[in-house]
Design a protein around this ligand. Structure first.
Ligand code: GLP
Length: 259
């Protein structure tokens, strides 16, 4: 696991740079897109690079998760969020961005179909991730099976309170259920790039990087991934015991070595 501690703007440029490098090498690459506020600066940077010539026309993308039951035109439905924040700002082909169907009549079947679609695409090459204050990635809440695949989950009170800001501050308006890629689904992606900023994420980041691997902090599964990059600002890094070592490692990193 590589840990980079840097100002937020630099983190977004690093993540966007990894996406650009991948797309230049393999224009048909498969991206994994996350919602939440953490990746927004990365999407801004990718939209800027698109204007300068970076093309997504042959790429595909899969979303991490979706609320169950939000109406098709609800602005917080993750499909609509991803469309607004990135898909509509670059040149993905129609239908190239997919997400789990939180309005399906048969939700377990929709989850199985989503797993099959990811597999049919050859798996995700680069997965962008945020992290919840309780250590969730996608919507894999504490207690999630480390071997889980896309399925229905019940959101914790903490996550619903954290996300209430997107629903006019009303926790009651945040759905109780979601569909989410499982931890094993996420671990199948070839490169994981997680972004976190702010003191509220400091404990989750400490557990993710330095805690024991445990379903209680689902993001800790990333310690078992052969290519995981954790991009954090100073506040999110404030509880890291080996912060000085991570800073030194990044400062000493050869120029030719990418993320
Ligand atoms: C939601 C999403 C996660 C995201 C998390 C953190 O729960 N399902 O994918 O990582 O929020 O969000 P933020 O980046 O806004 O802190």
């Amino acid at each position: 696991m590589e840990v980079v501690i840097a100002p937020a703007g630099e983190l977004a440029r690093l993540a966007a740079g990894a996406v650009e490098e991948l797309l230049r090498a393999r224009p048909e690459a498969v991206l994994g897109l996350a919602t939440g506020s953490s990746p927004l600066a990365v999407y801004d940077e990718l939209a800027r690079r698109h204007k300068e010539g970076l093309s997504f026309a042959r790429a595909r993308a899969f979303m991490l998760d979706e609320y169950v039951g939000l109406p098709a035109d609800h602005p917080e439905r993750y499909r609509n969020v991803i469309k607004k924040e990135i898909a509509s700002r670059v040149d993905f082909a129609p239908g190239a961005v997919q997400g789990p169907d939180g309005l399906a009549a048969d939700l377990p079947a929709a989850c199985a179909a989503y797993e099959a679609a990811i597999a049919d695409a050859g798996g995700v090459d680069l997965q962008i991730l945020g992290i919840g204050t309780d250590g969730h990635i996608a919507f894999n809440e504490p207690g999630s099976s480390l071997a889980s695949r896309t399925r229905i989950k019940t959101l914790t009170r903490q996550t619903r309170e954290d996300n209430a800001r997107f629903f006019g501050g009303s926790v009651d308006d945040v759905p109780r259920h979601c569909l989410t890629q499982g931890l094993a689904t996420i671990m199948s992606a070839r490169h994981l790039v997680l972004l976190a900023s702010g003191r509220a994420k400091a404990e989750a980041v400490h557990q993710l990087v330095e805690g024991p691997v445990s379903a209680m902090w689902p993001a800790t599964i990333m310690q078992l991934h052969p290519h995981a990059t954790v991009l954090v600002d100073d506040a999110a890094a404030s509880r890291l015991q080996l912060a000085d070592y991570y800073r030194q490692t990044y400062a000493d990193k050869p120029d030719w070595q990418g993320l």
